[in-house]
Every structure is written in C-alpha cells, then in structure tokens.
Design a protein around this ligand. Structure first.
Ligand code: IN0
Length: 353
C-alpha cells in the first residue's frame, strides 16, 4: 500500500474530512468587485500560501484586503531577510527602510528572492503599495509600524546569533510576535473585535511565538542543511546536549537529539495558555477561524515532532488529510480546546459534580 492509502486506512476520520471538504466546502473565490491591483494581491497570496490564502479569503470584508496586504508585506520583508545572495551591507538598508516604501507609489525591488513568486512579489511591489494607499489611515499606520519594527529587528539578527532563551524569544518576536501585534491592532481598528485587542501585548506575542517556535523546531533539517545554513535553535538549549548544533543529526547523538527536540517543544508549549485566552476573546467567526487554524496546525505539528527522531533526518509535516480535518474542526473554541471543557468526572462516566 502506498503511504497515502495506508495513511487514510489508519486515519479514516481524515478520509472523511477530505471527502467532506471536497464535496461540501465551497472554496471562497477571489471577490469580483475589486480593482486589478487588489486582484493581483489575492493571486500573489494564492501563490505564496495556497491553503492559508483560502482562510484569508473567508475573512470579513472589513478586514480581508488589509490582512491580505499585511500578509504580503510580511512575506516581502521575509523574502529580503531570507535571501543570502546579496551582501549584508546592501540587504540591511533595504530591511531598515522598507516601511518607508509603503508611502512611495511606484517603488519596487529587483534582484531579491529565491523562488519565482517571491521574486515577482518584490518586482511588482508597486501594485501592493497602490492597494495599501487605499486603506484608511488607522489601517496604514498599523502595517507601517510593524514593517518598521520587523525590518529593523531582522536586520539586527543578521549580525547576531540566537544564543540565550531571550535571544530566541526576541528573534521570534521580530518575525512573528510583531505579526500578532499587527493583526490584533487591525482587528481592534475594524471594530469587529474589542478595542482591548490593540493593547493585548502578552497574548498576541504568544500567538506569534507559538507558531514561529513550532516552525523552527520542525524545520531543523531544512535550516541546518540550507545552502547558507541558518541556526534558530537557541544555544542555551542545544548546548546542553551536543558541542555543535550540526551534531544533532548524527546517529551517535540520537538520544541527545531527541532530548533536545523535546525541550524545544516544551519551550514552545509554554505559550499555549495565552493562545487559548486570545482565541477565547475573539467574537467575529471569520477572525476566530483565521486565528485558530494555524494554532491547531501548530499543535498537530508539535505532537508529530515529539520524540520523533525523523525531525533530524527529513522534513516532517502533518498529512494533508489531518490538516483538512483540523480546518473543519477549528471553527469554535470547544473544538479547538477540548481540554478546556474537559471534565474528568464526565470523561469517566461519573456525575459532573
Ligand atoms: C500569519 C499567521 C497568523 C495567523 C493568524 C493569527 C496570527 C497571530 C499571530 C501571529 C501570526 C498569526 O499564520 C500564518 C499561517 C500560514 O501562513 N500558514 C502557511 C504556512 C506555510 O508553510 O506557508 C500555510 O500554508 O499553512 C503564518 O504562519 N504566518 C503569518 C504571516 C502573516 C500573517 Cl498576517 C499571519 C507566518 C508567521 C512567521 C508564523 C508569522
């Protein structure tokens, strides 16, 4: 039996989810009544992240365009940071001044990016800027604030390694905690969510750190074996188990590697209570789905990685069927956090009290 068939045979609920998804879920289309540049942004979104672009398309119209553009702005900055071809002295100014370009209609950047759709995003960034310019000032200031802090933070980390746990949290703050800030401030500005989201620093930071720490924990092999290796595992953790971070993938260090992996996962899990609190405060259903789906994917990814030596051997990703099952079951808090409504007495057939 090939892996997929075996995967479904041993996970029938995922086959059910896929069939349900294919037969009943009508995938949202790019809206028709939009400008050519806004259409370009959604098409670019679909190229950069097929599954997540679908989630963005289901957002309430008051937030959909702003979050689509915000996602592309984050992707553009990440593309510049990730490109190891340019010299640092060329790359750093682009990161630190990127936020100003949002107010320079016509601006675009050539020569950056590793994959075609990311190269094109920067070469046609003037089209994203045109859409950004149509947003109300209270949306523009959020996206520009985050672009400024993210660009400067990423530039700082091009010159420094991730050694202490504080370095680790700071790097993840620049890459993902700030995304949580931008989204939360947009949710508040749209008035679809409570204005307290504009100051929920601890909670929005945990939402971002949980996702990014999951990505870093899962992507060890990809990062360590890249043409220009990037080390995001903090030395404060891997240094307890091996002399060099590259040793984690050597078979003679298998036991240490698994202990290191499990400590990385435990470090990420510390953010889960804040994430549950954050999700519990959301009111708009499309915003809840938008926030809950990546969190449930991340939990499933960590569960797959725990004690899993394969993380050091190859790419480890949750099965498509599991992802669909999670998407279909991330529409309300009790599905996302069954343990919150978990009552041991009920679980074991006793009276609830
Ligand atoms: C995201 C986050 C994201 C969504 C909802 C709430 C968030 C709160 C705080 C921080 C981030 C939040 O979700 C996406 C999910 C995503 O892009 N999934 C892709 C992954 C992939 O491999 O491409 C998929 O195809 O499923 C996310 O991971 N990030 C992100 C980026 C921008 C925005 Cl606006 C929202 C990236 C990151 C680094 C975790 C912030």
């Amino acid at each position: 039996m090939d892996r997929t068939a075996w995967g479904y045979a041993t996970h029938p609920q995922e086959l059910v989810a896929l069939v349900r998804f294919k037969s009943s879920v009508v995938l949202p289309e790019i809206p028709r009544d939009i400008t050519p540049n806004t259409r370009y942004c959604y098409e670019k979104l679909q190229q950069t992240s097929r599954s997540f672009s679908t989630v963005i398309l289901t957002l309430h119209p008051k937030l959909r365009d702003a979050i689509a553009v915000f996602y592309l702005v984050c992707r553009a900055i990440d593309t510049i940071e990730d490109d190891m071809k340019p010299k640092k002295e060329d790359k750093i100014p682009h990161l630190r001044t990127f936020h100003e370009k949002l107010y320079q209609p016509g601006w675009k950047l050539t020569g950056y990016g590793d994959v075609p759709h990311e190269i094109e995003l920067l070469e046609k960034f003037d089209r994203v800027i045109d859409v950004f310019q149509t947003f109300p000032p209270e949306y523009q200031v959020v996206i520009a604030d985050i672009a400024r802090e993210m660009g400067n933070g990423m530039a700082d980390f091009l010159e420094k390694t991730v050694d202490t746990l504080e370095d680790y949290d700071l790097y993840c703050y620049y890459v993902a905690g700030l995304v949580g800030e931008g989204l939360s401030r947009l949710f508040a500005a749209s008035e679809l969510e409570d204005k307290s989201f504009s100051t929920a620093k601890q909670l929005w930071n945990s939402m971002g750190l949980f996702l990014q720490k999951t990505n870093i924990t899962r992507d060890y092999k990809e990062d360590v074996e890249a043409v220009h290796p990037r080390i995001f595992y903090p030395k404060a953790i891997w240094g307890k188990y091996v002399k060099r971070v590259q040793d984690l993938k050597e078979p003679q260090y298998k036991r240490q590697a698994i202990q290191c992996l499990n400590e990385m996962i435990t470090n990420a899990m510390q953010h889960v209570p804040d994430c549950v609190d954050y999700l519990g405060k959301l009111h708009e259903p499309s915003v809840f789905n938008f926030c809950a789906i990546p969190q449930t994917m991340a939990i499933a990814t960590l569960a797959l990685c725990y004690n899993n030596y394969q993380v050091f051997q190859k790419e480890v990703k949750i099965r498509k069927g599991e992802a669909v099952h999670l998407i279909l079951n991330s529409t309300n808090l009790s599905d996302v956090t069954p343990f919150r409504t978990f009552n041991p007495r009920l679980r074991f057939g006793l009276t609830p009290f």
